[in-house]
Ligand binder design. Structure first.
Ligand SMILES: Nc1ncnc2c1ncn2[C@@H]1O[C@H](COP(=O)(O)OP(=O)(O)OP(=O)(O)O)[C@@H](O)[C@H]1O
Ligand SMILES: [Mg+2]
Length: 363
């Protein structure tokens, strides 16, 4: 049975006259990935800091596992080190003067754990994130992805009831970001973690989350599954913010040649490089239109599917095409060098690095 791990009741946090968090209420269940998605300055980091106890709310109540940790009207405030929270900050902030082991051990030392306990838990955490054996390495002598893993291990080391991740992937290049996203999801599943995740990248939110809160000026405009917020936007802001994402539905095929996302209606299949999903799953794929290229009709390669141009609009500097593929309709814009008239058959080429399916039966 899923249990409520975190609850916000009409929480308010003001900085001067600005309400960075404005009467926000929500609930997160155990094992859920809940994402705050919204533009810069909308209050995402402040919300996380309120959960961690790094900010005190001006009003409302915050409960963790049913117990109030912040309730100003009742004079309740539990200090950060008394809350079971692991946080990975926006700039993931590992300490350059400490080696990998000491970076991860830090939260345990603060909590005055015994030396043998620290040793064992740090080892476990490093193994979990795939850094076993790098204990003595200086933190700056690591790649971006490895530093990211150290920050994750540090957040995991004392088995947090909620893992708070503030744009944890924003410092990484596109390829590594995809990989880490995949690993976070695998880790979350394996350890049954509850994640409060912050991003302003809608594709990241779509592919990672069980539920998304779209945040605007300190308020939750809508909370729902990725498909709900995408297909049933509750407000114009949500529609606008999520507008430029292409949603495809299909199924996963796994065979000797690899793992594929197959579109219905014979539109073709896309190779999911380096990914392993069980075959037969229904899945959705969220892709940015700019990661899809329109190519002339021909035999599709492993990163291409067949599509039809339905309408064309000339916008001066480019064409805007209404395209259909695998039963879905969406808009793509393209440079003027090629022109595909309405009714033409084309291929769509997908950036292989951007293919992150989300199984539909995912809990
Ligand atoms: N310590 C502070 N003092 C005053 N104002 C603050 C403070 N921290 C945040 N704010 C303001 O609160 C609002 C919300 O900030 P917050 O950092 O939560 O935004 P964010 O959604 O995380 O943005 P970003 O995507 O840029 O990280 C902003 O208007 C910000 O300027
Ligand atoms: Mg922020």
């Amino acid at each position: 049975m899923a249990q409520t791990v975190l609850e916000f009741r009409e929480v308010v946090k003001r900085f001067g006259t600005v309400a960075a968090v404005d009467q926000v209420s929500f609930v997160i269940q155990s094992g859920e990935i809940f994402t705050l998605l919204g533009p810069s300055g909308c209050g995402k980091t402040t919300t996380l800091r309120l959960v961690a106890g790094l900010e005190e709310p001006d009003d409302g109540e915050i409960l963790v596992n049913g117990i109030p940790v912040a309730a100003p009207r009742r004079n309740v405030f539990v200090a950060p080190d008394k809350r079971q929270m692991g946080m990975v900050f926006q700039s993931y902030a590992i300490w350059p003067h400490l080696n990998v082991f000491e970076n991860v051990a830090f939260p345990l030392r603060v909590r005055r754990e015994s030396a043998p306990a620290i040793k064992e838990r740090v080892r476990n955490a490093l193994e979990t994130v795939g850094l076993a054996g790098l204990d003595d390495r200086g933190a700056t002598a690591l790649s971006g992805g490895q530093q990211q893993r150290v920050a994750l291990a540090r957040a995991l080391v004392y088995a947090p009831s909620i893992l708070l991740l503030d744009e944890p992937l924003s410092n990484l290049d596109a390829k590594l970001r995809e990989q880490m996203r995949f690993e976070i999801r695998a880790l979350q599943k394996k350890l049954q973690l509850t994640l409060l995740y912050v991003t302003h990248d809608q594709t990241e939110a779509m592919t990672l989350s069980d539920r998304i809160a779209v945040v605007n000026r300190g308020r939750f405009e809508q909370v729902g599954t990725p498909v709900e917020v995408y297909e049933k936007a509750a407000t114009p802001f949500v529609a606008e913010f999520l507008g430029r994402t292409v949603l495809l539905e299909g199924s996963i095929i796994s065979n000797h040649s690899g793992c594929w996302f197959e579109l219905p209606n014979g539109a073709g299949r896309l190779l999911l490089e380096g990914q392993q999903w069980a075959g037969g799953l229904s899945a959705r794929l969220f892709v940015r239109p700019e990661d899809i290229e329109i190519l002339p009709f021909g035999e599709p390669s492993q990163h291409e599917v067949s599509a039809t141009i339905e309408e064309v609009a000339y916008l001066g500097d480019r064409f805007e095409y209404s395209v259909s593929a695998g039963g879905k309709h969406f808009m793509l814009s393209a440079a003027k060098k090629n022109r595909y008239p309405a009714g033409s058959e084309v291929r769509l080429r997908f950036d292989p690095v951007r293919l992150n399916p989300r199984p539909v039966d995912h809990p």
